[in-house]
Ligand binder design. Structure first.
Ligand code: ADP
Length: 397
């Protein structure tokens, strides 16, 4: 079966067409600037060059039409419309309602709408993507795969904040966690690579990308994760603060005469390694170069980022009692031997020892600890689209 995977944002739409049997990507691409001047669709059919089509995209319905046109056109299309057997949608927030992927029905759409106040930027865009696909492909089964679902196994003591309990009861304010599809995929894949049953392993997964989160996976189940009610909590990220004292918000508001949303915007978009590096960059390639060239801001930012990751690894080792494997994934985790080394050099307390030669790997599955290391350190590239396609196939075959 050919599965179309859709990741729909407010002004962008990423897609991949995946063959469920071979698990190969048949075509992948991106619609950018939907509803904004200068919109375009960029896509790459497998084995061919990238194709760019600059064309008006007033809304997501038009974007989906263009995706289907790109996949099915005579010249460089890869399938006929009838061959697309199912569509998998990435949905950011499933609240407490969704603990696994589900076939999309009217009730599911209503339930996604109901939790939209927990992810006001993302869930409405995800729903627009679902509706646009239903319009363009009536009768094709669709599946919702939630970023929060894998973390729903967290125990109450890990997901509750120290807030008055009534806020949890009234509004569902608690830790939900994100990047769940990635944490799930990587922890399962790591167990396969190690030739062990996930039930017998305690793992820490470090998803270090522009957005970054870390999770403790005990016996195949998530028991804690660093992102919270929203993706702002936890690790220091590209432009997000991660953990801060909530009083900082009111303090900055008063000092700089700003509104709550002004400060929230600063916490999300102007902070993290970007803000700490004096706005040198949010990209770790630039920060590595800056670090090695003696840029004070780059050193400050990278050191704070690394310290926070190590602190969480310590906390999650304590939460699980011990750790067998620590996995690195996403843009930084997969590609930056520099950042991995800075982190792993501080993991002597769990008996981890880095194999410096093996750590030169980029974007490939590899064990990067020495043979006498007490904890296995590994690089496991994430593949959220494949995970979505697998869930979609499992529910629709
Ligand atoms: P997201 O999905 O959150 O946007 P990614 O997982 O794609 O993020 O990660 C993007 C980040 O990965 C970039 O901002 C950059 O910091 C980092 N990155 C990508 N390639 C490299 C590399 N070769 N070396 C260091 N960092 C890299």
């Amino acid at each position: 079966m050919k599965i179309l995977v859709i990741n729909c944002g407010s002004s962008s739409l990423k897609f991949q067409l995946i063959d469920s049997e071979s698990e190969q990507v048949i075509c992948k691409g991106l619609c950018e600037r939907i509803g904004i001047d200068g919109s375009q669709i960029v896509y790459t059919p497998a084995g061919k060059d990238k194709i760019t089509n600059v064309t008006p995209m007033p809304d997501h319905n038009r974007a989906i039409e263009l995706v289907i046109e790109a996949l099915t056109n005579k010249e460089n299309g890869v399938v006929s419309l009838e061959e697309i057997g199912a569509v998998g949608h990435r949905i950011v927030h499933g609240g407490e309602k969704f603990t696994k992927s589900v076939i999309i029905t009217d009730e599911v759409i209503k339930a996604i709408e109901d939790v939209s106040d927990l992810a006001p930027l993302h869930n409405p865009a995800n729903l627009i993507g679902i509706r646009a696909c239903q319009k363009a492909m009536p009768g094709v089964p669709m599946v919702a795969v939630f970023d929060t679902a894998f973390h729903q196994t967290m125990p109450e003591n890990a997901y509750l904040y120290g807030l008055h309990y009534s806020y949890y009861e009234k509004y569902g304010i608690r830790r939900y966690g994100f990047h769940g599809t990635s944490h799930s995929y990587v922890s399962k894949r790591a167990a396969e690579i190690l030739g062990k049953d996930g039930k017998d392993l305690k793992m820490i997964v470090c998803h270090l990308g522009n957005g970054a989160s870390i999770s403790a996976v005990d016996g195949g189940k998530c028991v804690d994760t660093s992102m919270g009610l929203t993706p702002l909590e936890g690790l220091i990220m590209g432009t997000r603060t991660g953990d801060i004292d909530p009083s900082v918000v009111e303090f900055i508001m008063k000092k700089e005469n700003l509104s709550v949303s002004d400060v929230t915007n600063i916490l999300n978009k102007k902070s993290g390694v970007f803000g700490l590096s004096d706005e040198l960059s949010s990209d770790f390639r630039d920060l590595e170069q800056g670090y090695n060239n003696g840029h004070a801001g780059a050193k400050r930012a990278v050191d704070a980022f690394v310290y926070r990751v190590v602190k969480y690894i310590g906390a999650y080792t304590a939460a699980m009692g011990s750790v067998d494997a620590i996995c690195f994934t996403a843009g930084v985790g997969e590609n930056s031997g520099f950042v991995r080394k800075l982190i792993c050099d501080k993991l002597g307390f769990v008996g981890a020892s880095l194999d410096v030669e093996a750590n030169k790997v980029r974007g490939e599955e590899k064990i990067i600890s020495t043979s006498d290391s007490k904890v296995t350190l590994m690089v496991v590239p994430t593949n959220e689209e494949l995970a979505i396609a697998r869930d979609t196939y499992a529910l629709c075959k």
